[in-house]
Write a protein that binds this ligand. Sequence first.
Ligand code: SF4
Length: 339
Amino acid sequence: MGMYVAHQYTREEDSTVRCSLCNHRCTIKEGKTGICGIRLNREGTLFATTFGRISAEAVDPIEKKPLFHFLPGSLSYSLGSVGCNFHCEHCQNWHISRNTRGIEGLSDLAPEEGVRRATARGCASISWTYNEPAIWHEYPLAMGALARKAGLGTVYVTNGYITEEALREVAPVLSAYRVDLKAFSEDFYRKVCGAHLQPILDSAVVARELGLHIETVTLVIPGLNDSAGEMDDLIRWVIDHLGPGTPMHFTRFHPDYRMLDRGPTPVARLEQLYERAREIGVRFPSLGNVVSHRYEHTYCPVCGELLIERSGFSSLIRNLDGHRCRKCGEQIELVTDAA
Ligand code: SF4
């Protein structure tokens, strides 16, 4: 485990390499790493230094990812490593993403053993989460192939900065793409995350074309990304490019890490957003980080019947017959089979 020859790079002059795994497309000099801190150039060969190196492992409800329309009520074997290609000011996993423990302090987990543990612990899927999975590429690729053979679903919890070519490589072993849409402004992505918006939108469209199940998450930060105009644009973009059946999660901000200059998102603002999303045409908006709220549930977008009831991270199927609303017969976008 550890040093593994990377995929998705090209060799340039003087032992310099160019990584094409995420849209930073770092040019990396000999002996250096890219922005993510974990892809290392040694004598003109790029190495993935965290292959099979684990910082966190847990059996989580799939609802915690959050994924609401993918294997609801099931468990997901969740793994993370260290490093991130974004350095967001409000990161809630900064102790992992900023690699403060160092790679040496991590545990080893072979792909085969990960799949074995997922199955033994009654999980229906494996999620690569906690830190950015796209920069871990070769490991989810190896484990994902085994997981799919074993009948498990596979999930990226991602900031979406993966390049199209890397996404095309991993997509055959991936079932779900849970992507952050942190804002709908280039300015936000540049200033807060040190990245760009458009490549994230482009890759999400590719994920859809490749048939992945997609859900979006927007952390609503007061005064930063929550203006009515920006949120309307974001919602409209999702409807037009990913489809109105794409579940959209709007989650509550709590002050953290370096962003302590503002309070939590008012619940009334989140409720407005939910209602606005429904009005514009999103079939399944939901709220997150709010305790026991009626807008955590899934309702039939046609007749309003309660279909999936949620409390905390647990789900209860209520009025669904397979993929149809029991009351009006509307077809509901829902993945119920990992295979
Ligand atoms: S994964 Fe992204 S941040 Fe890391 S080296 Fe490659 S291009 Fe740079």
